[in-house]
Design a protein around this ligand. Structure first.
Ligand code: ADP
Length: 551
């Protein structure tokens, strides 16, 4: 029997229309580095998104399925592009502005982007590459920055504001199939080549609703969210879409991502929520310790992208900022789990331990653990295996060109279609995920596994350690052993012996897991989205570039 319900497609244009009408007064505030930030209401964003869509269609000839790329910071114009491009039926492709030039070229060519909207400050990045980007016909420039490097470009160059000026502020958004492509994002390639994930209108719509649920971010129009996580990093974790559903005000840092301007933004604009990877918060913590600010407005901080060190969570608690830990991937839109402790532990000693886990799966994400032999493992809080997930906002394949069959590599998708995350962990009986490592980072020592994350967290809880990364290195006897690379705080007198003793104290780390190889580095190399880049550390070790002490 069929249902009797209406079948209204879940489209991004509906989120835009809703947000700009029902929450028209809500604001997107963009930091400018000047005395006053730039403010634009959701209603204005709606008008300008319609104008942009007209310009893209009528002036630049963008048609269904054409890829329109953005090389932009987090700001109001990027948000307009977020809504205009998918709503008109084209595909938004957010480009990661931290990628090395060759990778950027590869990705633009792979996606065959026809138009690139670029912030003026990023012209020096794209201009020298244009000769290698044959599909790019138009460059649209927004915001301050010298235009000179674009003179003589092979693509036609337009000014964003000139292009949209005078265009109608309404658009007859097409009634699309909700399963069509809306946006695409390439993985940042921490462990391999970038792979293209293509989100549908439906997947983004459902994911946005999940982001808004009280057990996820749970924000309302009384909140302002400081979106530090880049709009090129998995759609800024879905925040631009989710906030247009609920009227949450957006505070966009643009290119001002250093700890000092972030602290200033928080003090002046008083956001109640913020989202970013742990390395950003480590930096902010250092800044706030050196130069205290009034950050009392910020009561909820979403941290994900890599494991949140316990020391960071504890330090933020002291400042009154409550960290909410979340796990996800480009392939999971990204929201996969959020760590809100269950009611029965709130206010007890167990609460902190629950908050440190990666969190609980929402109803839209099914999970299972697979052991090394392919066997299903129980949710018993002990059995560790690779996490596999499925659900309406989880990728089922990778992009392989507009007319080619999508790619389903066997190491990323199971035969029955689940996503193999490459993350190793355990799940408790009540559905909380604890990741012990990435499958590619785990240290395989004499048939046992050592979690690099556990060692890093223990090291970073030492007051003299600013950052620490642990990688597997070859060992004749054990196969692999951990190498501890540490960044010491200024003026620290800690020695490797004291750090090793510290790790062994109170049974923090089992004796056989203690690293014997140690080195001090200036900073931990980071990937384009701010994660520890262990590939680089392993390479430096193999090339003999690290001065290693054996204890
Ligand atoms: P890339 O895979 O290129 O790094 P993603 O941003 O998609 O790009 O990274 C997803 C991965 O990041 C996950 O598979 C996981 O290993 C890691 N990750 C994300 N959130 C967390 C978290 N809260 N704790 C530990 N690891 C995390």
């Amino acid at each position: 029997m069929l249902s009797t319900m209406q079948d209204v497609p879940l489209l991004i244009s509906r989120i835009l229309t809703h947000g700009s009408r029902v929450h028209g007064e809500s604001q997107v505030t963009t930091w400018t580095g000047e005395a006053e930030p730039h403010r634009r209401s959701f209603a204005e964003v709606g008008d300008r998104a319609a104008q942009l869509a007209h310009a893209l269609r009528d002036d630049l000839g963008v048609r269904d399925d054409d890829r329109v790329a953005t090389l932009m910071w987090n700001n109001a114009e990027h948000t307009e592009a977020y809504f205009a491009i998918p709503s008109m039926g084209a595909v938004l492709h957010t480009l990661n502005l931290r990628l090395p030039a060759e990778q950027l070229v590869w990705i633009v060519n792979h996606a065959a982007d026809g138009v690139v909207i670029v912030n003026g400050s990023l012209i020096p990045m794209i201009a020298p590459l244009l000769g290698k980007l044959p599909t790019v016909r138009h460059i649209v420039v927004s915001g301050p920055g010298d235009r000179a490097p674009l003179e003589g470009a092979t693509a036609a160059v337009h000014e964003y504001e000139d292009l949209i000026a005078g265009k109608p502020t309404t658009y007859d958004w097409p009634e699309l199939d909700e399963r069509r492509a809306a946006a695409m994002c390439y993985t940042s390639g921490t462990t391999g080549d970038p792979k293209g994930v293509v989100y549908s209108h439906r997947s983004i719509y459902l994911h946005s609703m999940q982001v808004n649920m009280a057990q996820s971010m749970g924000l309302t129009d009384q909140d302002t969210s400081l979106v530090v996580v880049p709009q090129f990093h998995v759609n800024a974790w879905g925040l631009p879409h989710a906030t247009f559903m609920t009227g949450v005000n957006l505070l966009m840092p643009d290119r001002f991502l250093q700890p000092a301007p972030l602290a200033e933004m928080i003090e002046k604009e008083r956001p109640s929520h913020a989202a970013a990877v742990p390395t950003i918060w480590q930096g902010l913590l250092g800044e706030l310790t050196a130069r205290p600010r009034d950050v009392s407005s910020l009561t909820q901080v979403t941290i994900g992208g890599s494991a949140c060190p316990p020391s960071l969570m504890a330090a933020f608690d002291k400042l009154g900022m409550r960290v909410c830990h979340a796990w996800g991937m480009t392939e999971t839109s990204p929201l996969g789990t959020v760590s809100r402790p269950p009611a029965h532990v709130v206010g007890t000693e167990q609460e902190f331990a629950y908050r440190l886990t990666q969190g609980r799966f929402p109803a839209g994400v099914e999970a299972r653990l697979t052991g090394p032999g392919g066997e299903r493992l129980p949710w018993d809080g002990e059995s560790a295996g690779e996490l596999e997930v499925r659900g309406p906002w989880i990728a089922g394949a990778y992009y392989n060109g507009p007319d080619a069959e999508p790619l389903r590599p066997a190491d990323k998708f199971s035969e029955d279609g689940w996503l193999k995350t490459g993350d190793v962990g355990i799940i408790s009986a009540d559905g909380f995920l604890t990741l012990t490592d990435r499958a590619k980072d785990v240290i395989k020592s004499g048939g046992e596994w050592i979690s690099s994350v556990e060692l890093e967290n223990a090291l970073m809880s030492h007051p003299d350690v600013a950052e620490a990364a642990v990688v597997a290195v070859p060992d004749d006897k054990w196969g692999e052993r951990p190498l501890a690379t540490v960044v010491l705080r200024e003026g620290s007198a800690a020695t490797f012996e004291t750090l090793r003793t510290f790790l062994a104290e109170e049974g923090k780390i089992a004796k056989w897991q203690l690293p014997e190889r140690w080195t001090v580095i200036e900073s931990v190399p980071k990937t384009s989205v701010g994660k520890f880049d262990k590939k680089v550390l392993r390479r430096r070790y193999a090339d003999g570039q690290l001065d290693v002490t054996n204890l």
